[in-house]
Design a binder for this molecule. Structure first.
Ligand SMILES: *Cc1c(COP(=O)(O)O)cnc(C)c1O
Length: 367
């Protein structure tokens, strides 16, 4: 039997840190139920292992992106009900009805289709009405509620069990977010005359940390679970990092002064330079936008500047200052010495994109 070669790059996930961060959310909101958001493979941390760790932890739902993720949860034996956060496609709805997953409704068409399927299979489907309080992505506009409510009441197989919305700028615009909270409250008040709304939710991580939302009794933390507070907050020092991204040195060589490194030769050595080649690239999610931005990697106790462009499977770093280094040595790319927030800033993007960009080629190791 051939030995499988050790991975060139991998992700280590600390499931206990994720559970700890969920506890922090719980302590911050003692009277609010929680829907941990595990969409996009639990933000790159691995859908099933994260859901398994948080299952039975007193959570109301798991937030997922689509029916495929909901199916993976149910195939993994997860008992917490999946909640499909965005609008559903018609092809997904039969499976949703048959499995009694929770879906949202923004339009009459979606409601009618779900009603039709639920009637066909003699099911009662619990749905959440989405309200667009300002995100412009899904939901009924508040002024259209008057038309929507009587229609929903004619659908015997649908039960409006909850109401939801989503903030577009909870971490950027406090006054606007406060207006939205008021709009949401007004919608909840109207809807409560017609439906028994067991769940009322609008906040993701930023909304959850930053605002009082008396009308809500459920929150949907995502990023927060993965150790990053989306806005400077008292939780900054309390959340635990959940993930480490590592690779290994494949080669160490000395290049002469005036030598170009990587595609485009955008970096030229200014002196004889020890250059390490490292087994990770943009195909793994180490963004090409990190090229030429002063990004560093951490090897054997030293910060080493990355040189030139990120290539598909490999990067190069200046290891002239690292006294002992040889092929096989570990390289930290995200972890205790290199926070993911810094990587996101250098790549000119957000932490969410760095996490979810971590590719399928990276094995996930769990502690
Ligand atoms: C992704 C998502 C969340 C989680 O957002 P975070 O900012 O990561 O906490 C919550 N609600 C909805 C509707 C989402 O799409």
């Amino acid at each position: 039997m051939q030995h499988e070669s050790p991975p060139r790059a991998w992700v280590e996930v600390d499931l206990e840190a994720i559970a700890h961060n969920l506890d922090i959310a719980r302590q911050a909101l003692p009277d609010t139920q929680l829907m941990p958001v595990v969409k996009a493979g639990a933000y790159g941390h691995g859908l099933e292992p994260v859901a398994r760790r948080l299952d039975n932890d007193g959570v109301a739902f798991f937030g997922v992106a689509n029916a495929g993720e909901a199916r993976r949860l149910s195939q993994a034996g997860i008992r917490t009900k999946p909640f499909i956060l965005g609008p559903t496609f018609p092809e997904e709805r039969e499976e949703i009805v048959l499995n009694n997953w929770c879906a949202t409704i923004s339009t009459v068409e979606e409601a009618q289709h779900l009603q039709q399927l639920a009637a066909l299979y003699d099911k009662t489907l619990l749905v959440h009405l989405a309200i667009d309080t300002g995100m412009g992505r899904e939901g009924v506009l508040p002024e259209d509620l008057g038309n929507m409510i009587p229609l929903l009441k004619t659908m015997p197989n649908l039960v409006v069990d909850g109401v939801m919305s989503h903030f577009p700028c909870a971490d950027e615009d406090v006054p606007y977010t406060q207006e939205e909270i008021a709009r949401f409250e007004a919608c909840v008040q109207t809807l409560q005359h017609h439906f028994r709304l067991r769940y009322r939710h609008i906040a993701a991580s930023a909304g959850e940390l930053g605002y009082e939302i008396p009308a809500a009794n459920l929150a949907r933390p995502g990023l927060l679970l993965y150790g990053v507070a989306p806005m400077a907050s008292i939780y900054d020092g309390v959340l635990r990092p959940t993930l480490k991204l590592s690779s290994r040195v494949s080669l160490v060589r000395t290049l002469p002064a005036g030598y170009g490194v990587s595609y485009g030769r955008t970096y030229m050595t200014t002196r004889p330079t020890r250059v390490a080649t490292i087994g990770i690239g943009y195909a793994d999610g180490w963004s090409r936008h990190l090229s030429g931005k002063g990004a560093q990697v951490y090897i054997n106790g030293h910060y080493c500047p990355m040189l030139g462009r990120v290539t598909m499977d490999q990067i190069m770093a200046d290891v002239t200052e690292v006294p002992f280094i040889s092929p096989g040595d570990e390289v930290e790319l995200i972890g205790p010495h290199i926070p993911v927030t810094q990587v996101a800033a250098l790549a000119d993007t957000i932490v969410w994109e760095i996490f979810t960009g971590l590719g399928p080629r990276l094995p996930r190791l769990y502690h």
